[in-house]
Write a protein that binds this ligand. Structure first.
Ligand code: NAP
Length: 491
């Protein structure tokens, strides 16, 4: 006896996408488990001041569920959460969701031909297992001496404390990734003094944001093709930065240099002090690390109560931060904008044991990261892994989600056509796909550019850039619609 047709781990946009696909195929016995207390994934967990999308909302949303009512070209965090709720209601997903359930691991039972999933509330079985645990879901605390000794308030951006009042406080922010870029200007409006500790500067390009006028919202609602057109134009622009400038670096270095030039000109326009500009200018190629978009990040550092500290941190004391040059800054609130741990605890986010005791995390770490089309792994029957090596396609996560939904629908469609219950990708197809990805990777900025100083989470602990799929989003979509059905075995 098997409890469910499918268990999906994660109630964010990835998990909801997988559930929508399964429901389209007629599956109803689906359970979506999430350790949080509500749906929305990263858009439920994150609520730091300034949270917004940095990919325009016409693109950062499901193409099949456009929202004509976005308030801004770049929607704010709470709107994304509301959009997730709207999607859950529209596609009748809520009744499948169970919150506050931590999934610890899953094991393929060869005899019963199902997955045994261990959770904080007991064990469940399912014919199919899908992990949609996000790339950026395990907050990383910095390995700085003394961080546990600090006597003031410490907040990681992914565990923002809404009751913390920064007004008139001396605040330190560690980190200058995309999250810090949104948060720092907001903190600066409240804090009495703000010190930002930067280890690696980030490439920042202008953000063309505006409130969407009511007339345009009405047009998007009445004539959905107009919103589709806006989506297509915006996606094409993002694709040209990402694919041409980053992934096809060997062939189109000029595009990469143009993107870097746009960012440098943006910094020149906003910061006059040459020393400050020098500190804020990255010394690695554009795209080695995820770039971001902001109009108010650079000007924040020109305010008298804000300082940028680039000398490495030596230690944290009870009352503040000491740099390697011995400069001590007293602070009341320490904000850790130190990102997420991908490679120690997120690939995969739970322990997954496949056929003949294969441990997915061990396999990836010891014999290299791979996943056929960024979706399935040989040796792991009836398992769909949505946060996989070589799966991330394009700059908007929805490109990845929708390509994976297509793959899933094609695969399960074939399974139904054959009246089969079990699928497994062949080792040959899995390895051929990896070989293709490695070959294409040779063209990218990660191999051809100058990335040594970027400290990018795109790279594994072993130094391989395996997160992004080094093809266009169109290629990912086409492959999802046309992969050889013979690449799978069915039973
Ligand atoms: P992140 O990009 O990984 O940045 C973490 C920052 O913390 C880096 O500047 C890092 O410095 C610094 N750091 C970490 N450990 C440190 C240490 N021990 N000492 C000093 N500095 C340390 O994380 P994030 O800013 O949270 O962003 C993660 C991703 O979330 C983004 O790339 C983006 O994909 C996504 N995001 C998206 C949006 C959106 O609007 N869609 C908004 C925010 C975030 P190093 O660079 O030197 O390691």
């Amino acid at each position: 006896m098997t409890d469910h047709d499918a268990i999906i781990v994660g109630a964010g946009f990835g998990g909801m996408g997988a559930a929508i696909s399964l429901k389209r195929l007629g599956f109803e016995d689906i359970v979506i488990l999430d350790r949080e207390d509500d749906l929305g994934g990263t858009w439920h967990v994150n609520h730091y001041p300034g949270l917004a999308v940095d990919i325009a909302s016409v693109t950062y949303s499901y193409s099949f569920e456009p929202n004509p009512n976005w308030s801004h070209w770049f929607a704010r965090g709470p709107e994304l959460k509301r959009y997730a709720e709207h999607v859950a209601d529209t596609y009748d997903l809520r009744r499948h969701m169970q919150f506050g359930v931590r999934v610890d691991g899953a094991r393929w039972d060869e005899d019963a031909q199902h997955w045994v999933v261990s959770t904080s509330v007991g064990s469940r079985t399912a014919t199919y297992l899908m992990t949609a645990t996000g790339f950026l879901s395990q907050p990383r605390l910095p390995d700085i001496d003394g961080v546990q000794d600090f006597a003031g308030t410490v907040i990681h951006t992914a565990r923002w404390d809404d009751s913390a009042d920064l007004t008139g406080k001396r605040v330190a922010v560690i980190g200058t990734g995309a999250t810090a870029v949104q948060l720092i200007p907001q903190i600066a409006t409240r804090a009495a003094a703000l010190t930002v500790y930067q280890r690696t500067p980030i490439w920042v390009t202008p953000k063309t944001d505006f409130a969407i006028p009511r007339a345009l919202q009405l047009l998007f609602a009445a004539q959905p093709w107009t919103q589709r057109l806006a989506r297509r134009a915006n996606s094409a622009w993002l694709e040209s930065i990402m694919v041409t400038g980053v992934l096809h670096y060997r062939q189109a270095k000029l595009f990469n240099q143009a993107a870097a030039a746009i960012a440098r000109a943006h910094l020149r326009r906003q910061v006059r002090d040459p020393e400050l500009r020098r500190k804020l200018t990255p010394d690695y190629s554009f795209g080695c690390k995820r770039p971001t978009f902001s109009n108010d990040y650079y000007p924040t550092f020109t305010q008298p109560h804000v300082s940028l500290e680039t000398t490495p941190i030596n230690r944290i004391t009870e009352s503040g931060i000491v740099t390697s040059e011995g400069k001590e800054t007293d602070v009341d609130v320490l904000v850790l904008a130190t990102g997420f741990n991908l490679w120690d605890s997120n690939f995969p986010a739970i322990e997954v044991i496949g056929r003949e005791g294969r441990n997915l995390g061990k396999l990836w770490r010891e014999s290299g990261y791979h996943a056929y089309e960024g979706v399935t792994v040989s040796g792991f029957p009836n398992f769909i892994t949505l946060n996989s090596p070589y799966s991330y396609s394009g700059l908007s996560y929805f490109m990845t989600i929708e390509a994976q939904m297509r793959h899933l629908e094609r695969l399960f469609g074939e399974l139904q056509r054959r009246r089969a219950r079990t699928f497994e990708v062949s080792e040959r197809a899995d390895q051929d796909f990896l070989a293709q990805m490695l070959q294409r990777m040779d063209d990218t900025v990660f191999v051809q550019g100058s990335c040594a100083t970027a400290r990018s989470y795109y790279y594994t602990n072993e130094g391989d850039a395996v997160l992004l799929r080094p093809t266009s989003s169109a290629n990912a979509r086409r492959s999802a619609e046309s992969f050889s059905l013979e690449d799978y075995a069915y039973a």
